[in-house]
Design a protein around this ligand. Sequence first.
Ligand SMILES: NC(=O)c1ccc[n+]([C@@H]2O[C@H](COP(=O)([O-])OP(=O)(O)OC[C@H]3O[C@@H](n4cnc5c(N)ncnc54)[C@H](OP(=O)(O)O)[C@@H]3O)[C@@H](O)[C@H]2O)c1
Length: 345
Amino acid sequence: MAGTNRRWLLETRPQGMIKDTDFRLDEGPIPEPGEGEFLVRVTDLSFDPTQRGWLAADTYLPAVKIGAPVRAGAVGQVIKSNHPGFQPGQMVQGTFGWQEYVITKGMTETGPVAPVRKGITPEQALGVFGVTGLTAWFGLTDVGQPKAGDTVLVSGAAGATGSVVVQVAKALGCKVIGIAGGPDKCRWVTEVAGADYCIDYKRENVAAAIKAHAPKGVNVVFENVGGDILEAALMNLALRARIVLCGGISSYNAEDLSQMQGLRSYMQLTVMRARMEGFIILDYAPRWAEGVAALSKLIAEGKLKTLEDVQHGFENCPATLRRLFEGKNLGKQLLKLTAPPLPVV
Ligand SMILES: NC(=O)c1ccc[n+]([C@@H]2O[C@H](COP(=O)([O-])OP(=O)(O)OC[C@H]3O[C@@H](n4cnc5c(N)ncnc54)[C@H](OP(=O)(O)O)[C@@H]3O)[C@@H](O)[C@H]2O)c1
């Protein structure tokens, strides 16, 4: 096919905050699909804090290789197909990476290419019905196991995952305290997402604010940030609290895992007979339909509002990833490359 394919390749493993020079913008011809393959034009890219870990080292997935396209979740449209299961015009979802066009046989690094469900937008496919919404749903309900009347503390509450956790916890009848950076984000967390209170960690003493709003302690902590914010949560646990260790973005720019801030207050787990448990959403893949059904129901009932932060232009991939670590995103961070070029099947 005539035309140019642009790809962002990993040039060097980032040290500290991501720089444009950690990547190289490569240009080449659009590839032709071979036997059993199909060509996808990427329309929307997902930006996730875990990409910082994938660039640095082997984690729950192997590190992105130097010279390879940066790994990323994406939605795209099938342009040409020699695969019986995929037709031109069809919208599909997979780990297509930072590239405008991709050839696939139907399997990507994190699982099979899946058709985008009829009636949902690419933003919803990558956000509330993608890894983000499912992380919020299964992390809260399966790992956190909140009961009506519990107090749930959510860090990163104005982010993609946290904003869904806040609303699911409210829908389950919990009292919810969010933590976010800045007055605008905190206003969204209380006024739109419906949290009972939002702590602005940039202005308030987090431990004192949790104590003021949850004097009997918190039953569930949904932890996205780690570091000092997790310490403040540990100092305010209720008996038999559950701490859902979803992520620890405050340490993702550390040089390596051994440089991450350690835990000081871990004996609170013993004192309060509490449980702290990590999880990786990919392990829930067999239950994704269940999570999508639950989230769809909450949206239909008006109990879950989605929030997307859409940037534009393939050349802005590194800057868009940086936004997550600069706290610039409100809700799910996405980058739109193009509208579907063919009529949608
Ligand atoms: N376990 C899993 O399977 C799984 C799956 C998906 C996501 N996650 C984790 O979930 C967390 C949230 O991910 P997301 O995709 O929803 O991202 P997000 O919350 O939409 O975006 C990141 C947010 O983190 C906050 N932040 C960044 N650096 C910070 C720092 N140094 N201290 C405090 N806050 C900081 C910023 O919000 P403020 O402006 O409020 O600071 C920023 O907007 C991440 O830790 C991610 O790794 C885990």
